[in-house]
Design a protein around this ligand. Sequence first.
Ligand SMILES: Nc1nc2c(ncn2[C@@H]2O[C@H](COP(=O)(O)OP(=O)(O)O)[C@@H](O)[C@H]2O)c(=O)[nH]1
Ligand SMILES: [Mg+2]
Length: 718
Amino acid sequence: MKTYLTGQIKNIVLLGGSASGKTTLAEAMMFEGKVIDRRGSVDAKNTVSDYTEVEQLYKRSIYSTLLYTEFKEHKLNIIDTPGADDFVSGVASAMKVADTCVMVINAQAGVEIGTQTTGRWADRAKKPMVIAVNQLDSEKANWESTIDSLKQSFGNRVTIMQYPLVTGQDFNGFVDVLTMKYYTFKDDNGTREEHEIPAAEKERAAEYHNTLAEAAAEHDESLMEIYFDKGELTEDEIRKGLSIGIKSRSTFPVLCTSGKRDIGTKRLMEFVIKTAPYPDEGASFDTETDENVPCKADGPTSLFVFKTSVEPHIGEVSYFRVISGKVTEGMDLINASNDSKERISGLFSAAGKKREKQNEMLAGDIGCTVKLKNTKTNQTLNSPGIDRKLKAIQFPEPKFRTAVKAKNEADDEKLSELLNRAHNEDPTLIVEYSKELKQLILSGQGEHHINILKWHLSNSNKIEIELFAPKIPYRETITKVAAADYRHKKQSGGAGQFGEVHIVIEPHVEEAADTVNFKTGGKEIRLNIKGREEISLDWGGKLIYYNCIVGGAIDARFMPAILKGVMDKMEEGPLTGSYARDIRVAVYDGKMHPVDSNELSFRLAGRNAFKEAFKKAGPKIMEPIYNVKIYVPSEHMGDVMSDMQNRRAIIEGMDSEAGFEIIKARVPLAEMYKYSTTLSSLTSGSATFSMKFADYQQVPADVQEKLLKAYEDQEKEE
Ligand SMILES: Nc1nc2c(ncn2[C@@H]2O[C@H](COP(=O)(O)OP(=O)(O)O)[C@@H](O)[C@H]2O)c(=O)[nH]1
Ligand SMILES: [Mg+2]
């Protein structure tokens, strides 16, 4: 395939709700560009984009797919994304490398939750947006209400550039108020005919044309002047103004399409090619040290890997954008994260699994290579001597958490390896062995997300897994002062064991002064602080350890052993075996034996003294609380709220945004198991949410009771 110059490339990402028709539209674009000679369909499971077995099984996109088409001396790189929230990683990575978003709207539904969620991604990434109102050929298509919902969501930036005369069965074209032509299409193969605008439509078309011209003039002073002078703009002038408006996200032009019947596809491509930003005017790439890397073909080479996948018969495929310079076959590049040398042994443009060989690709182009040894998503490859590490893609926080194990224990090791590999391919799948919970915890974006992984493990790797409710990482702490003396003594035949420690403990509060006078259990204790050690615990919170031994009651050499004993119990809290935190421990007295005292004795004495004191110190279990943000259409608000109430949620605020209500709440993690599934069934899939760890909070008394009981029972069993 020929080498395209930076000024001949456009990079778009198709966004939109599930089943809005992105994959079908991409198919039509490739057909128009003669990359394929017949169009497949999602239902016949033969599209270029949804080529994996699991996508064909579910008849929908699960992964983002890199595609391209060639049109009007340009190469259009297209990233088709899945619409469902569960597979958002494909949207996040595409958003990094594309220059323009094409938001595909299902005219039967108008703005959907997928429009909203992906629209927010575009907003955060500050990407231009062109709107394609699609499926106008379907019986239930409703142009007016679709435009209303778009305006409600995106405001006055929504600017009509094309509108249909009829929708449904008879939909066969539209009026284009940029070119002021009426286009019709026949034979469902994109054959286009150009007409005068029908007389009955002239007035309406002129009105939209003026609105478009005004929107275009708004972004450029010289255009504004011409517009005031002449009262109108030429097509080229409008295009110039629109181009500026699109780049600055102040204009979202609306076009009409039916991907299925190949209506409007070519006009959409033409418009993108003529008006949307080129790679050197589009996405901006900064290094981790905030240096901007200009998109210049004559600069040093840098590639950014935004996706990797393992494909049958090939192995690992790495998808990249050429950020700067050019890449040629056989070139040696250096991975900026690990300094390993990578040879670009194959260089391709990709349309799904179909790869076209390229000898060279220039700045701004998007392609793939195979068999890199040491390169993962989010890494940068540079020409030798160049040290650039580009800012990483920000993937969303997980919102579905499950424990996992192999049904057959013998598969455990292989399972860990496969899960790690899955994470490399999809960074929103996170796997972690929790030492604390003694469970392998798998997190993702939803139950379906995890089930697809399960399908792969079973079908591609012949490993069956079991998913079950994960334990909650509780924490333990104390609420008041308590003291304990403990003597560890053992006399058995030869050498004995002896260690006695007296401790006092209290809750640790950041910045509170050290306490020296205690009254507890009818006893007064006065401390003489000799040493203070502040330990930041791996699991959060602190332990402050005071050496207050006077008169050599315990040798200094035994102090670390006592601390070890305390840490033993901090790691396996006395209440439920969870980590303990935020405690001050002072050792102020004790006894030694001239022969039998050793480190082990003091470790055991420290551990038991701590355990006893802990139990008297008003111990509390704390649970992780998450900040949860739910986006829900108003009609489902009541159901979602009452469900939240059953989850011990504290509603912190409510808001509304473009027809959606936003609920902000603090919810215990223990109450969020499978929430994504519940929310989806409560709202027929029209809501979404995010969750992020906030802090630890005491559990209510009844919950503490239950947890204590459960731990006791478990201890007895063991
Ligand atoms: N009538 C009609 N149906 C369409 C159109 N585009 C897609 N579809 C159908 O809508 C469903 C979802 O299409 P798909 O391309 O997979 O949507 P995606 O999830 O956005 O990729 C499929 O059954 C398509 O055949 C269209 O323009 N008109
Ligand atoms: Mg799709």
